[in-house]
Design a protein. Structure first.
Length: 208
C-alpha cells in the first residue's frame, strides 16, 4: 500500500472506501498506526471498529461484501449526489459544483470516476482547504450515506461514522432536508447526466 504517513483521517477514509485490493491488507499495520493518531476519540473509534472487522475477515469476503454494499444497493452508492438526484439532469448540475471546486484549486482528478465519488472528494479534502469546504457542503449527502450503511448493517457504517465525526454536526434544518430525502430514496428517473451549462464549465480541467 502507498505510504499514508501523517495524512490524516480524510486520506485514510479515501483509501478504506475504495475497492479492497491486496496492498490494503498488506498495509494493515500501517493503517492501525495512522488510525491511532486520529482525533477526536469519537472519530478514531469509528475507524478502529472498521479495522477490527477488516482484520478478522478474509480478503475475498471483504471484496464480496464491498460489491454487495456499494455496487448492488442504490441507497449505498458512493456518489454523493446520487441519493438526492439519481441519474437525472439535476444531478449533472450538482456535479458541476464539484468540477468548479477542483478547477479553482488546480486539482485534476482522474477521469475514471465521476466528480462526486466520495473517495475522490476525500482525497481532495486531504490536500486542499477547498476540498474540506466541499466536503462540509456535502454533509447532508454524507449523512444519507451513513444512514443507508447503518440500515444495511455493514461495518462500513463505522468508517463513515468516524468520518462524520470530523465534520460539523447537522443543524435542525439540515436534518429536516435529510429526512425528506431519506423517506423518498434516490429518484429512478434516468435522463442522462449532462447538465445544462456553458461549454467552458463542461470541459476538462487544465493540469498544473
Amino acid at each position: 500500500m502507498r505510504s499514508t504517513t501523517g495524512v490524516g483521517p480524510f486520506k485514510l477514509a479515501s483509501v478504506l472506501l475504495q475497492y479492497p485490493t491486496a496492498p490494503l491488507f498488506e498495509g494493515l499495520d500501517q493503517l492501525d498506526a495512522e488510525v491511532a493518531a486520529i482525533t477526536p476519540r469519537s472519530s478514531r473509534q469509528g475507524f478502529e471498529r472498521f479495522l477490527v472487522w477488516l482484520r478478522a475477515t478474509p480478503p475475498t469476503a471483504v471484496a464480496q461484501h464491498y460489491v454487495e454494499t456499494f455496487d448492488l444497493r442504490r441507497r449505498c452508492a458512493l456518489y454523493l449526489t446520487y441519493y438526492r438526484y439519481g441519474d437525472t439532469r439535476k444531478r449533472g448540475m450538482a456535479m458541476l459544483g464539484f468540477k468548479t471546486a477542483y478547477r479553482a484549486a488546480d486539482f485534476r482528478p482522474t477521469d475514471d470516476e465521476l466528480p462526486d465519488y466520495l473517495p475522490l472528494v476525500l482525497e481532495f479534502a486531504s490536500l486542499h482547504p477547498r476540498g474540506l469546504s466541499l466536503l462540509r457542503a456535502e454533509r447532508r449527502d454524507l449523512e444519507l450515506l451513513r444512514r443507508a450503511l447503518h440500515q444495511a448493517e455493514t461495518p462500513y457504517a463505522h468508517l463513515v461514522d468516524g468520518l462524520c465525526a470530523q465534520l460539523p454536526r447537522l443543524r435542525r434544518e439540515d436534518l429536516a432536508v435529510v429526512g425528506r430525502h431519506w423517506e423518498a430514496g434516490p429518484p429512478k428517473e434516468d435522463v442522462g447526466l449532462e447538465p445544462f451549462a456553458p461549454p467552458e464549465y463542461l470541459g476538462q480541467e487544465v493540469r498544473p
